[in-house]
Design a protein around this ligand. Structure first.
Ligand SMILES: *Cc1c(COP(=O)(O)O)cnc(C)c1O
Length: 369
């Protein structure tokens, strides 16, 4: 066992020598950003890899989420989940819209479709669900509600890189899906993200919006933003893509091992993978139940004292944060499952290089409590 800290995740980095030729190309052709050759190549290769038709690269997923809401001309209220990373709700706020929180299904961590209808008002125009920990939302039920009420569905798919559902990319569901390529995500470009569009026209609109709304030299059609990914990030993505399959397989081995060795610990429960989808093994959440000898926070502290940096994703719950807790939909009594999960969940370290010796050490610390 090493005595350095073991983080919750660690980015995959290829050999530096593998990246240098890409930098040399950038230096030679002097095309640094604005849809350069690596940018175009990464969009094309991601389409192939993900099994989607239209990818628009972004400088990060938060700007991509903000832009997606703009592109769909969303107004009024957006139904979303409180059990996510803050960027989900923040992107709604940055559009001057009101997030309306709906409770989650404790078995999937995702927005509970059975509770969506009760939250719809005349001002509701969209639903922004999250495929939490790469676990697919109940996309069929969500789409049916959206169709019945004429709502758009914009998926925060920041966790869902490479996930297929019933034989097709999960990213094809909804009106738009947004990926994150942040350093902590399974596939990273240091910083980065993407919007997946269903058709060429929508992609074009997104591409204009991420470039200040500029359509051509003389035409600006919308108050767009600067959401462009640079050539350096795109080039890095191309290198990353060559290794992603292997990195995910290594993560899968870590997941399998945790699952077999944590299966019978009293007070620790694990969530089940969706049987119709593959997982990208981006997170390994465990639930610390009341019959475990330590509270979740005590276990978190104990692991930390032993150099294991687990994370309480997602705690505190977005709806309990100062800028959201005043909303009527934030009331704890309306969000019992999300609040309970936020108090029970602990994400254990999972990354391609987590060696089994370190993993055994983590498991032992959890078992011996
Ligand atoms: C990471 C993350 C984001 C934000 O992604 P960035 O690329 O860092 O802007 C948004 N939503 C969720 C659910 C995330 O986990």
């Amino acid at each position: 066992m090493s005595n350095k800290n073991i983080p919750v995740t660690q980015p995959f980095l290829p050999e530096l020598s593998e990246f240098i030729p890409y930098l040399e190309k950038i230096w030679n052709n002097r095309w640094l950003t604005n849809n350069g050759p690596f940018h175009q190549q990464l969009e094309a290769e991601l389409c192939k890899y993900l099994g989607v038709e239209h990818v628009s690269l972004f400088n990060n997923a938060t700007i991509a989420l903000i832009t997606a809401l703009q592109a769909m001309r969303i107004s009024g209220e957006v139904i979303t989940t409180p059990y996510s990373f803050v960027a989900t709700s923040h992107s709604i706020m940055w559009n001057g819209l009101e997030p309306v929180f709906v409770d989650v299904d404790p078995a999937t961590f995702n927005i509970d479709p059975a509770k969506i209808e009760a939250a719809i008002t005349p001002r509701t125009t969209a639903i922004m669900p999250v495929h939490c920990y790469s676990n697919p939302c109940d996309v069929e039920a969500i789409q049916e509600i959206a169709d019945n009420y004429g709502l758009k569905v914009i998926y925060d798919a920041a966790h869902a890189f490479g996930v297929n559902y019933k034989g097709e990319s999960l990213l094809k569901w909804g009106d738009l899906s947004i990926l994150s390529f942040h350093a902590t995500k399974v596939f990273n470009t240091f910083e980065g993200g993407a919007v997946i569009s269903p058709d060429a026209k929508t992609k074009q609109r997104i591409d204009h919006l991420k470039n200040f709304g500029i359509e051509d030299e003389l035409t600006v059609t919308a108050p767009g933003i600067n959401g462009k990914m640079s050539e350096i990030n795109a080039a890095f993505g191309l290198v990353q893509l060559k290794h992603i399959q292997q990195a995910m397989e290594q993560r899968q081995a870590v997941d399998n091992r945790y699952r077999s060795m944590l299966a019978d610990i009293k007070g620790i429960s694990l969530y089940q993978h969706n049987q119709y989808a593959n997982c990208n093994y981006s997170y390994f959440p465990i639930l610390v139940e009341p019959d475990y000898p330590l509270t979740r926070d005590e276990l978190y502290e104990k692991l930390k004292e032993n150099n294991i940096l687990s994370r309480r994703y997602f705690y505190p719950l977005i709806s309990n944060m100062p800028m959201y807790r005043g909303l009527s939909s934030s009331s704890i009594t309306q969000l019992p499952c999300a609040n309970a999960l936020a108090d029970k969940v602990l994400c254990l370290p999972i990354f391609h290089e987590l060696i089994s010796e370190d993993q055994n050490y983590i498991i032992r610390l959890i078992k011996e409590s």
